[in-house]
Design a protein around this ligand. Sequence first.
Ligand SMILES: [Fe+2]
Ligand SMILES: [Fe+2]
Length: 497
Amino acid sequence: MTVHNPAMKTDALLSQFLDVARSFMNLEDPDALLEGILLAMRRVTVADAGSIYVVEEHGQEKRIRFKAAQNDSVSVSLGEFVIPVDDHSIVGSAVLNGSAINIPDLYDPGSFWHGRHNRRVDRELGYQTRSVLTFPLTSRLGEVIGVVQLINKKRDTSVRLDAEHLFDSMVLPFDREEVKIVEALGGLAGILLENTNLYSELQQLFLGLTRTVVAAVDSRDPVTAGHSDRVATLSVALARAVHETREGSYGKLTFTEDDLKALHVAALLHDIGKLGVPESILTKETRLPHSVYLRLMERLNTIEYYLRYAVEDAEAQVSLLHEFRETVQRINVPVPLRPEDLRILDEVRGKTYLTPQGEEHQWLTDDEFEYLSVPRGNLTSKEREVMNSHVTVSFDILGNVPWNRHMSHVPQWVVNHHEKLDGSGYPAGNTDIPLMSRILAVADIYDALRATDRPYKKPLSLEKTREILESEASAGKLDPEIVRLMFDNQVYCALEY
Ligand SMILES: [Fe+2]
Ligand SMILES: [Fe+2]
């Protein structure tokens, strides 16, 4: 920097800092912000090296966590560590006093620093920590929330301090003006850090609340507990695979971290609408609801009793009744119906019996017939409709959330998670399905096949699951590229079953 007029120098320093600071305004990642603050402070003061710390509350106690170091002359890589808030360290003193400590030369600190500098690290690095400016980052309320330590102000930015003599000739003390500027900027950086911390705390809180709601939804059906969490993990892993692949139709497509965060939230919440599905349908495992099954069995016993003791020549009817009872017991679990099952249901449907009081009743009521004649699965079309309504209920619930810019697509992605590319899905029969919904769909079906463990429905093997997903893809229902990535890139390894 070749500016000599102090006022101009201050202007230049300030505008340089603000340029960098402005670029941090959108940072949502506290670690990236800390690195950015340190870099900005070093640029402003032409400091060769520096490190940055945050102050943590640990119960009643405060402590200082080292977060990052930067050095233009030698490479340093230090993991995080913690030091106490006391006056044994320069950083600790800066926190205690809440003001800058400017040591012109740590190798000869004089009255500027009473402590001893341990030169072991310097020796190991082939470096010398000479001029040191340490100052606090303060919150809005003036609390110290971080510390920046700048090391070795250089005469010239381009110099690398990689020879012993250079530390004497090229390192300058930080001047008073710089102390004032960095102290002032420490306040600005502190507020940025405070905002970022707050933002990330809010995000954690939001995610925590989301998880709690989702766990509540999933726990209504113990068989699918953990489903939403697994779909979220798998969806994000699939999206990363789409982002990373250089082949196929998504070879050029990339996602930002914000896209992935939004997908994670959408996947966590995709079945939130199941809150609106009655438990009797949500957890139904048989064709007949349990109470209806018991009622029917009891009636069949009564009919048999009447036939045996009150009706003459009833052998044929009794054997039909036995055949019917055996059929009901077998098809009550959701096996696919055979033509002979339907034949016997039809035959029994019209039959009636007379009670001793002379009342005429049906063997099989219309409702029971409807339940039992479901060709596949265990839900009648009315029940299926209620079950499928979870998608639109999800959309309605999520549509009321004031999403931020990055998350604004969440309701759209969720409402499309049961749509199929050939238009055979629900709720709208869409064929133009957002990519994130296609990812969600593959992850959702994968988990449903692999994780379901109902008494009548065992989880499928990886091979069988692959077969089903691939046939759905070649039938034009699922996105073939996503199914391919799932298995070719072993994305499913993100989950353990
Ligand atoms: Fe769903
Ligand atoms: Fe689901």
